[in-house]
Design a protein around this ligand. Structure first.
Ligand code: SAH
Length: 341
């Protein structure tokens, strides 16, 4: 099988190219063809000798992913892509327009093992991890198709990014490399359901990214009932890891809280959240829960507003997330699920 050349970090490609007996600047040129000019064929690398191009073509492949469906919101220009991977699996990305630029939400795995019971991505189970190239190609393909520049990226699509740790770290390195898209990791958010060991590991990289924690409940009993991961790492272990992350990176943390009526939206839940997070340099993102076919969950507007104002009164920095792409089921996992059944 040919090697996946889009998955190499710059220093790795340099080492590879050196092994072929080439000078170091060649690796840089090739990297730019792949990640800046984004050619799909080695034959288009016009400043590379034809003998090297042939050699590259024998050893490496330039992966690509195909848009098989594209849904465009009539409400707010949100675009949802359903992509087909080289092995026939499907993943999703969502492009959203904000005042400060375009943001792309990408998938990190095909399916998910985490089993959160309100989430569509996990219902059909887990198939495999995405390669670094398959995460990058979601960005490159969306940019090519839309003609828009992706200014920020959120790892909040299908999958648990920290369950695909090495490939996600590699993806972040390629994305932020000077000879690549050169995107500052300050414009990247990574969302996790709370794989505590990996949060400690991520802190060691001192990336500038924003870590988002999917919290969704403030007692272990309640959190475990909707998020099985809490049975492995409980809330106090999670908060301890978050504090370590903040100490090491100097970045504030964002907590995601999907507000589900009758499950986690009472005054007692709000009080518990205030007690848990008070004094931490963090932000709470309240998400009206997306209704999925398989569950009865919904958000109640009044309860959501009361919840938000209780948090504010309690001194927490909280916002209600704007719903984008409501008419195209832009939330994670919903399109892939429809397509594969
Ligand atoms: N596995 C990662 C990232 C993917 S999910 C994580 O758990 O954070 C991205 C976000 O969407 C998470 O906060 C997740 O809890 C939330 N989410 C999943 N299903 C949802 C739904 N039906 N309504 C609202 N938010 C949902």
């Amino acid at each position: 099988m040919k090697k996946d050349i889009l998955s190499y970090a710059p220093e790795e490609l340099s080492a590879e190219i050196e092994l072929l007996g080439e000078k170091n600047f060649r690796a840089k040129q090739i990297y730019e063809w792949l990640h800046t000019k984004r050619v799909h064929e080695f034959s288009n690398m016009s400043n590379i000798s034809s003998s090297l191009r042939t050699k590259l073509d024998e050893i490496y492949c330039i992966n690509s992913i195909k848009i098989v469906r594209k849904l465009e919101s009539a409400l707010d220009n949100t675009v949802k892509y359903l992509y087909e991977l080289p092995d026939g699996n499907h993943i999703e990305s969502v492009m959203m327009e904000y005042k400060h630029g375009n943001s792309l939400c990408i998938s990190t795995q095909v399916g998910c093992k985490m089993g959160c019971n309100f989430c569509a991505s996990t219902i059909a189970g887990f198939k495999r991890n995405l390669l670094p190239s398959e995460m990058l190609l979601q960005v490159y393909t969306a940019e090519e198709d839309s003609g828009k520049h992706v200014d920020s990226i959120v790892l909040m699509g299908i999958g648990e990014p920290l369950d695909n740790f090495d490939n996600v770290v590699k993806f972040l390195k390629i994305l932020s490399s000077e000879t690549g898209k050169n995107l500052s990791l300050r414009h990247v958010s990574l969302s996790t359901c709370g794989l505590v060991d990996r949060i400690y590991d991520l802190a060691e990289y001192r990336f500038g990214l924003t870590l988002s924690i999917s919290l969704h409940a403030v007692t272990d009993e309640k959190r475990s009932s909707i998020m099985p991961v809490n049975k492995r790492y409980n809330i106090s272990q999670l908060i301890k890891a978050c504090k370590d992350y903040m100490d090491k990176t100097g970045r504030r943390i964002s907590f995601e809280y999907a507000v589900i009526h009758g499950v986690n939206d009472t005054a007692a839940d709000a009080e518990g959240l205030i007690r848990l997070l008070k004094g931490m340099n963090c932000h709470v993102n309240l998400i009206p829960v997306n209704e999925i076919k398989e569950r009865n969950y919904r958000s109640d507007r009044n309860a959501l507003k009361n919840f938000a104002s209780a948090l504010e009164k309690g001194g927490l920095n909280a916002t209600i997330r704007r719903t984008l792409g409501a008419d195209i089921d832009a939330a994670c996992g919903q399109l892939r699920r429809e397509y594969e059944i």
